[in-house]
Design a protein around this ligand. Structure first.
Ligand SMILES: *Cc1c(COP(=O)(O)O)cnc(C)c1O
Length: 227
């Protein structure tokens, strides 16, 4: 087998394993754990490592840097119609135009200035992207996201003042802690804010996230290997 075929086989096995784990979690946690969308996190991996997964039919991907995505995704999107690209990393206002042009969903809306820039760019271009508000569930100083106490008001602000389409909430719980209570908190905040999508759970904890109502899990390492 060529190196390409080996790579293809490996990612095919990993994808199948993740799908099986997702299905098991769904059964374990019962009917409220409706099907979650698998967002394949391809950050740091070159286009050639992503193509095999696209060839297998995966269409939803997450990237955390606008610049890196501009290098990889215009060609991949051209070659594989139907790709949905999620921005899952911090967005600077000077990259908003590029982000709105390339991405299909913004999951890291976390401050009013960014809401203002996004609204203006979407109005200017007519490209209306659903956004998720990122919540700093562990109140960690080094992490982005709005404070949990401000999340509901921030969703309202984004909707009423800026007319943004807020689809849900997103979080990255503190490392090394049981993520369950944080996932539960995100679910409660979403209910209070009147949004129904929850982007939570990564390679290490996506089963728990599915059990707590995740609609989107973001999986990198378990699919592509170590970065
Ligand atoms: C990198 C990243 C992921 C994927 O993490 P893995 O542990 O590799 O699955 C998920 N969400 C965000 C925001 C990330 O930056």
């Amino acid at each position: 087998m060529s190196a390409n075929e080996v790579q293809r086989e490996q990612i095919s096995e990993r994808l199948e394993e993740i799908r099986t784990r997702m299905e098991k979690a769904r059964h374990l946690y019962g009917t409220h754990a409706a099907g979650a969308e698998l967002v394949a996190v391809s950050k740091t991996f070159p286009a050639d490592a992503i193509r095999p997964l696209l060839a297998l039919g995966q269409r939803v991907f997450g990237e955390n840097r606008v610049g890196e995505s501009l290098q990889k995704w215009p060609d991949l999107k051209r070659d594989f119609p139907g790709v949905e690209l999620y921005l899952i990393g911090p967005l600077q206002t000077n990259k908003v135009a590029d982000a709105v042009a390339l991405f299909d969903v913004i999951q890291t809306l976390d401050r009013e200035k960014l809401a203002r820039y996004l609204a203006r760019e979407m109005e200017r271009t007519g490209r209306v992207l659903p956004c998720f508000v990122q919540v700093n569930v562990g109140r960690e100083p080094q992490k982005s996201g709005v404070d949990p106490d401000e999340a509901v008001a921030f969703v309202q602000l984004c909707r009423k003042t800026y007319g943004l389409k807020i689809a849900g909430l997103m979080c990255i719980p503190p490392r090394g802690e049981n993520p369950g209570p944080y996932f539960a908190m995100l679910g409660q905040l979403a209910q209070q804010a009147g949004v129904d999508q929850l982007s939570m759970g990564m390679s290490a904890d996506f089963e728990i996230a599915i059990g707590m109502g995740a609609t989107h899990i973001r999986v990198g390492t378990a699919l592509f290997g170590d970065r």
